[in-house]
Design a protein around this ligand. Sequence first.
Ligand code: NAD
Length: 298
Amino acid sequence: MQIAFIGLGNMGGPMAHNLLKAGQKVYGFDLSPHALEQFSQAGGIICDSPQAAARQADVVVTMLPAAKHVQEVYLGDKGILAVLKQGAHCIDSSTIDPQTIQEIAKVAKSREISVCDAPVSGGTLGAQAGTLTFMVGAEHDVLITVSSVLKHMGSNIVHCGDVGTGQIAKICNNLILGISMAAVAEGMALGAQLGIDPQALAGVINSSTGRCWSSEVYNPWPGICPNAPASRGYRDGFAAQLMLKDLGLAVQAAQQVDQSVVLGEFVRQHYQQLCDEGQGHLDFSNIIQHYLPEPVLA
Ligand code: NAD
């Protein structure tokens, strides 16, 4: 099987590396010379455009920043749909809105090419370890082929339904995550201000009804979870600017179906503020600083 990988950044780079480690032949393209060099060092074959990478591919994986990049790579003047062979399969793992991938899949289908969405959860560590969760939106008949590629990059492949449903799952999960992190930050900060030891408070929350992933595994107060970004200066985690992007997608999606996402929009504004203050590169749990008179650091 010949695989093309387009978008070799923080996530795509290690994902492509895992395909190479599994013995696959991978043709890659990225706009960044540094990303291409790392890909080449791992054994990948560098191409000078998305079309050059995709021309002979049986499967194409794209891992790009946002919808406009995905649109350009698939449908732009030099887009890959124009050169892919009939019967080829494309997997977009970027986090984007469901409509964009559905539109691309429609155009592709008219050319007998399949396109599915498979956004991920697990972050850069999961990408490196090959333990990502893929939320796949795909027709049943392409699932076997798609899964045979995704299994080298992830440990959990969830079929969510037709094209676009992977993005719906991703957006809804991250809507909940963004809100739950803000809720834990608010509770932890309030407790500390009122005079309880944060360790004692976290212990109570994590054996009570406030318990959630944000309190137990990824607590925003420094030192509660030794492996969480809060315990290393909020570095090397899931950047606040990516959470802001995902909450924006959720709010935009909600508007399309006239659903109110009051908490989501409120929390989105908090993350926007964090990014405006120049902290968008730090982990999203750093939102706890908004509730504190003085910064707390590990
Ligand atoms: P990144 O910015 O590190 O990588 C994106 C890569 O795409 C860059 O190397 C860039 O040069 C390349 N690129 C942009 N336009 C291109 C084009 N036209 N042709 C070829 N290459 C192009 O971003 P990332 O952290 O790898 O994230 C990629 C996607 O994964 C995003 O949609 C993000 O929301 C999602 N995601 C990221 C994480 C995370 O923890 N970083 C977790 C889950 C999902």
